[in-house]
Design a protein. Structure first.
Length: 99
């Protein structure tokens, strides 16, 4: 089976008083996931806004990644391909390692 999809991600950032907040929205066409991330500048550190942007955005996207993994695990369990119980390695073919 061959198929091509395009998912859209939008990341919004706001900064106030040394705190950067990010909201990432993933639109798959059939689902919409929203992730949140926060970064705070230590008062002793030099304020470099782009660092806060990068940290907050990466945390928001990590939130979405966790939601996607949870959804995939649920779908795999639904079709009988998920782990039986506990934190053992999944017995299905989808892997995050390269050979």
């Amino acid at each position: 089976m061959t198929r091509t999809l395009e998912w859209q991600v939008r990341v919004g950032l706001s900064e106030e008083d040394g705190t950067t907040r990010a909201e990432a929205v993933l639109d798959t066409g059939s689902a919409r996931l929203i992730g949140h991330g926060v970064a705070r500048c230590n008062p002793q550190d030099v304020d470099v806004p782009v660092i806060g942007d990068e940290l907050a955005a990466s945390r928001a996207m990590k939130d979405i990644a966790a939601q996607l993994m949870k959804a995939a695990d649920h779908e795999l369990e639904t079709v009988g391909a998920g782990p039986a119980s506990g934190p053992v390695a999944p017995p299905y073919a989808w892997s995050d390692t390269t050979a």
